[in-house]
Design a protein around this ligand. Structure first.
Ligand SMILES: CC(=O)[C@@H](O)[C@H](O)COP(=O)(O)O
Length: 255
């Protein structure tokens, strides 16, 4: 069944977005792309070397991938806007993941600066995907100022702690008519599947694959989990009941 995810003018068949950080060697990145089936990859502008040095992350990303430059390192809306404009000028396209982080301990996003950056960049024609703490008012405001999707965190970046914000994610999924892409903290394929079963449009993850003993095997596991979770969501989960109810008819069996 063709079940595309449409963001801006882009039609995607994979609902697994991946990152480019923390790999033991950058040459793993194209292999992870193949194993994960991902079509969208996020990259920090500061890792792009327009001079094309060996450390240039772009040398490891196949041309067919949809780039999602992120504003990692920005502490204010103005810094995020500047990074996004530089990324577009460098030929990385008009998608941008807004990341404005002031808190160096938990790496939690600054939702207010994120709204300001989103408003400015959406007005300039960017397809803006803001990384955010899951808060309904903020998500609605991001939608109103032009976000193409919102990316609420499951738990702090890099922790592999899973969907600690599950109840808040559920509210966003129910109330915000934008794609909800759960980003950060997903540590296990089962957690990615759960986010998709809940109705998330996609998930973005990096650490769980990059730090696995076998990143390629883990990339494949996440590919299957995201697909299974989406299928379960579309099929409609059965109701959760208080009381036991026999699955096979009991009446007439013992007399
Ligand atoms: C790569 C990237 O954008 C991360 O900031 C993202 O939030 C993923 O988080 P994890 O590394 O926790 O999966």
């Amino acid at each position: 069944m063709f079940d595309p995810l449409v963001i801006g003018d882009t039609v995607l068949s994979s609902r697994l977005f991946i990152g480019t950080g923390k790999y033991s060697r950058n040459t793993l990145i194209p292999e992870v792309i193949t194993c994960s089936g991902a079509e969208v990859i996020t990259v920090a502008l500061r890792r792009v070397d327009p001079a094309g040095g060996t450390e240039n992350i772009m040398n490891h990303i196949p041309a067919h991938m949809k780039l999602l430059p992120n504003t990692s390192g920005a502490r204010t809306a103005e810094e995020a806007v500047r990074i996004a404009r530089l990324a577009r000028a460098a030929g990385l396209g008009n998608w941008v993941k807004i990341e404005v982080i002031n808190d160096q301990k938990y790496l939690l996003p600054d939702n207010l600066e994120t709204i300001r950056a989103t408003e400015i960049l959406a007005a300039e024609g960017f397809i803006v995907l803001p990384y955010m703490s899951p808060d309904l008012s903020v998500a609605l405001r991001l939608r109103d100022v032009g976000a193409a999707a919102v990316m609420p965190l499951g738990s702090p970046i890099g922790t592999n702690r899973g969907l600690r914000t599950k109840e808040l994610l559920r509210i966003l999924i129910e109330e915000v008519n934008l794609p909800i892409i759960v980003d950060a903290g997903i540590g296990r394929p089962s957690e990615a599947a759960e986010a998709m079963e809940m109705g998330a449009a996609a998930v973005l993850l990096n650490t769980a694959i990059a730090t696995a003993r076998d990143p390629l095997g883990m990339a494949e596991a996440f590919r299957e989990a995201v697909s299974a979770g989406r299928k379960a969501y579309l099929a409609g989960l059965g109701p959760v009941e208080e009381r036991a109810a026999a699955s096979s008819p009991l009446t007439g069996f013992l007399g």
